[in-house]
Write a protein that binds this ligand. Structure first.
Ligand code: ADP
Length: 477
């Protein structure tokens, strides 16, 4: 039995802002059949603490970055969780990363340094009787784990660290004057470790300190080593090329199952898309139409190409297509989308975060749109595949790896599962939407696309094995 401590700043279903939470929430169950026991170290946000009933205090800190803290071992939503209960850092209302003005909490460096420090402490001292063989950290919030392991273990002879990048855009950088506050050794503040243009960089600490680094698709692993996608970390990643792999995310096949989805059953739509589509159109205030109903569920940011959608959309509307969009994020995009909805009958927009509605959208949509400028893996196209909701995606990152474009050759071989476009521009996206309308207009071709999409394996089986191999490799070396 290999014991792995997963260190994550969010974990579904307890607390989620994006795909990282889904992965952190799904990995333990995916790894269990391989003889891997995973426990997840999570910050004690109100949403996590409120679900706790009992639990065992396994570590006490008198002063963890400005206040006392306790690590509780507890089972939550079927997960073995180690909750870092540090009220001065995590017990506050609102977004887990941002204050009410939408800016990073000013003490984010301390908050996630504390998470990393607690992980390293568990790696060296254990949590009660439990001690991990491997620590697996996610994104910059776990970046300092190897630094603290080095400090607490008094050298490099410590439990190995695996680091997964879900999004390189967030670096967790802070000024060099924070070295003492963050309890980092200043003699290790060098360019080959975690110094980045004069700043302290949490993600660089993880990238340089990990025994193995991976990201969530093969294409994104390659892209990360280029200036266009590396966001300044391309050199660091190129230096780690031999230790860098891509392991595509899976989805939870029980949560995303069109045959048993309670959101579908509730509306008695059975497996029939036509009925689910009608219900969804009504929910978004859309008339019935002959064209494809496109859905999109996303954070509304520049990364996600929402501005491209706004430009490209008239193409599909002119051909009887429709859009139902759910998301929240940048105010200017929210405003532009609401304006679009008031201008066109065929556009329905809901601003907000609504997990249940996202299920109904996968059920009732004909196509799921993902026009991201970069996309480490992407999950909504995977939900779409499982629900026979044909993905229309930018040719980048995980979107390139998980969709087979309906080229003439792929159609002839009956392997196509969606539509891809490149370059990631409004024109190319508009062309892709036209292609979508052509495909939709031919019921035989469309039915084949849907069947192929639904046949594609999108669960965790293969990727769980790949993570198992990664742990085995770091344990051997
Ligand atoms: P990212 O992690 O960059 O946000 P992913 O596609 O990897 O993108 O994961 C996003 C996850 O968040 C998916 O599970 C998606 O369904 C969900 N999601 C995003 N926005 C919303 C929303 N407004 N309502 C419901 N679910 C959402």
């Amino acid at each position: 039995m290999t014991k792995v401590l997963s260190v994550a700043s969010e974990c579904a279903p307890l607390v989620k802002t994006g795909g990282l939470a889904d992965v952190a929430g799904a990995l333990p169950a995916a790894l269990a059949p391989l003889g891997i026991e995973m426990r997840t170290l999570l910050p004690g946000y109100p949403a996590v603490l409120s679900g706790m009933n009992g639990g065992e205090a396994v570590v006490l800190f008198d002063d963890l970055f400005g206040g006392p803290a306790t690590i509780w071992a507890v089972e939550l939503a079927g997960l073995d969780v180690l909750v870092l209960d540090a009220p001065h850092l995590f017990d506050r209302a609102g977004n887990i990363y941002l204050n009410d003005e939408g800016h990073d909490w000013p003490d984010n460096p301390q908050r996630f340094a504390a998470l990393s420090y607690a992980a390293a402490h568990i790696g060296v001292e254990g949590a009660g009787a439990w001690r991990p063989d491997v620590i697996h950290g996610h994104d910059w919030q776990a970046g300092f784990v190897p630094e603290y392991l080095h400090g607490l273990a008094g050298g490099d002879d410590h439990v190995p660290f695996v680091f997964t990048i879900h999004n390189i855009a967030f670096h967790g950088n802070t000024g060099a004057e924070m070295l003492d506050t963050l309890m980092l050794d200043d003699w290790r503040f060098t360019a080959d470790r975690y110094e980045f243009w004069g700043q302290i960089s949490a993600i660089k600490a993880g990238l340089t300190g990990a025994a193995k680094v991976n990201t969530v698709s093969r294409t994104y692993a390659e892209e990360l080593m280029t200036p266009e996608f590396g966001m300044g970390m391309e050199g660091v990643l190129r230096a780690r090329k031999s230790d860098l792999t891509g392991i595509v995310n899976g989805i939870d096949l029980d949560v995303w199952d069109p045959a048993t989805d309670p959101e579908i059953a509730r509306y008695k739509t059975g497996k029939g898309k036509a009925k689910a589509k009608k219900i969804l159109q009504a929910e978004f205030g859309l008339p019935e139409s002959d064209g494809p109903l496109c859905v999109l569920v996303s954070r509304l940011t520049h990364q996600k190409g929402i501005d491209l959608l706004i430009e490209a959309l008239p193409n599909v509307l002119a051909r009887g297509g429709q859009l139902a969009l759910l998301g929240s994020g940048d105010t200017d995009l929210e405003v532009a989308l609401l304006a679009l909805a008031s201008r066109f009958d065929g556009v329905g927009v809901k601003i907000g975060y609504d997990e249940a509605l996202s299920h109904r959208m996968m059920a009732g949509g004909d196509a799921i749109l993902v026009p991201s400028r970069f996309e480490p893996c992407g999950l909504t196209q995977l939900y779409g595949l499982r629900y026979g909701t044909v993905p229309v995606v930018a040719l980048t990152g995980g979107l390139a790896d998980t969709v087979i474009n309906a080229s003439p050759a792929a159609l002839a071989m009956d392997v196509a599962t969606g539509v891809q476009f490149s370059p990631v521009t409004a024109d190319a996206f508009a062309n892709a939407l036209s292609r979508l309308c052509d495909l939709y207009a031919d019921p035989d071709v469309w039915a084949k696309l849907q069947r192929n999409a639904m046949k594609q394996p999108v669960g965790w089986e293969t990727s769980a094995k790949a993570y198992g191999d990664l742990y085995a490799q770091v344990l051997k070396s």
